[in-house]
Design a protein around this ligand. Structure first.
Ligand code: DOR
Ligand code: ZN
Length: 339
């Protein structure tokens, strides 16, 4: 008998949709299967004004076409005044903090966290969650997340009513902090649940698997996978799908970012089933996020069945081309339809 499952309103709580031709190419992959997503603000220039926010939101909706998809907008956290934050509160799901220089288009990010304390205080009072790229810009690439933990701890203690979202968590040390602090939650990507540094460069270097935070050891991967499979209520799915053109990836100085949108739900179903945890997938890809953020996403039923799906080898239109995660690979589940 055919094995099927329905997911109610899947949500992607960390998503890069870019702009222009790339936006038009990648948005449908997310919008066809997800009911909504948290849109990262690191386009060029980053989203720092209400005008930019509203017009970016319009371009996203246009690129989503007929699909029912709610973009939950974020802004790039800077030294905004209280009046601005109060106005923004009605239009954003979170403010995103990028330490300066840690990843793509983060040059305008924070040079030191102290300078943002007035904003964090205002956000705490206004109930605006802090979404954070928790990495330092220090020398050991593999320890950048770990080295950032004291800063996160400082923020969590100083602003106990500030909801902190530790984005794309990638290390077992990071997970410990989430467990220790009531006001720290986390998003988990498909790639940090499945890949290690050996996949990235154990044999040949695969730039399509290069991202920040970089994928780590088996112990880290397994720890991240375990909290996801158990749908721990402090964590939720956020793909960090972050497309860069094939050209920018297959170059001497490859950009960081993994485009995972075409593989997400089929691959998640495959993994959860393999570990006998299919019953937790609904929580991981939707219910936990609703509870953490207190949101009520549009109703969308996504039907999956256990039959072969092949992740596209490449995704392109006339103007842009991107290679997805698990390009050309088979997957044992597919999305059958959406209601
Ligand atoms: O690998 C990454 N790519 N990590 C990020 O945090 C940003 C993203 C991007 O925008 O390309
Ligand atoms: Zn990201």
């Amino acid at each position: 008998m055919m094995q099927t499952m329905t997911i109610k309103s899947p949500l992607d709580m960390h998503l890069h949709l870019r702009d222009g031709d790339m936006l038009r190419l990648v948005a449908p992959y997310s919008a066809e299967e997800f009911a909504g997503g948290v849109i990262m603000p690191n386009i060029a220039p980053p989203i720092t004004t209400m005008e930019a926010l509203h017009s970016y939101r319009k371009r996203i909706l246009q690129a989503c076409g007929e699909n029912l998809f709610l973009p939950y907008m974020t802004m790039f956290l800077k030294n905004y005044d209280d009046a601005f934050l109060e106005e923004a509160a009605a239009h954003v799901i979170a403010m995103k903090l990028y330490p300066a220089g840690v990843t793509t288009n983060s040059e305008e990010g924070a040079k030191n966290i102290d300078s943002l304390e007035p904003q964090l205080k205002a956000m705490e009072a206004l109930n605006i969650p802090l979404s954070i790229h928790a990495e330092t810009h220090s020398h050991n690439l593999f320890l950048r997340e770990q080295n950032f933990l004291p800063i996160l701890e400082y923020i969590a203690k100083k602003f106990p009513n500030l909801k902190i979202i530790f984005e794309h968590i990638s290390s077992k040390e990071g997970l410990k902090l989430v467990a220790d602090y009531e006001n720290i939650y986390a998003t988990i990507t498909l790639h940090h649940m499945t890949l290690t540094v050996d996949d990235l460069m154990g044999e040949k270097m695969n730039p399509h698997l290069f991202c920040k935070p970089v994928v780590k050891t088996e112990a880290d991967r397994d720890a991240v996978l375990e909290v996801a499979l158990n749908a721990n209520p402090k964590v939720m799915f956020g793909s960090d799908s972050a497309p860069h053109s094939k050209e920018a990836k297959e170059s001497a100085l490859a950009s960081a970012g993994i485009f995972s949108a075409p593989a997400l739900l089929p691959k998640l179903a495959e993994i959860f089933e393999k570990h006998g945890k299919l019953e937790n997938l609904q929580k991981f890809v939707s219910d936990n996020a609703r509870a953490i953020y207190g949101i009520c996403p549009p109703e969308k039923l996504v039907l999956l069945d256990k039959s072969e799906y092949r992740v596209p080898a490449t995704c392109k239109n006339q103007k842009a081309e991107v290679v997805p995660l698990f390009a050309g690979e088979r997957c044992s589940w597919r999305v059958l339809g959406v209601e």
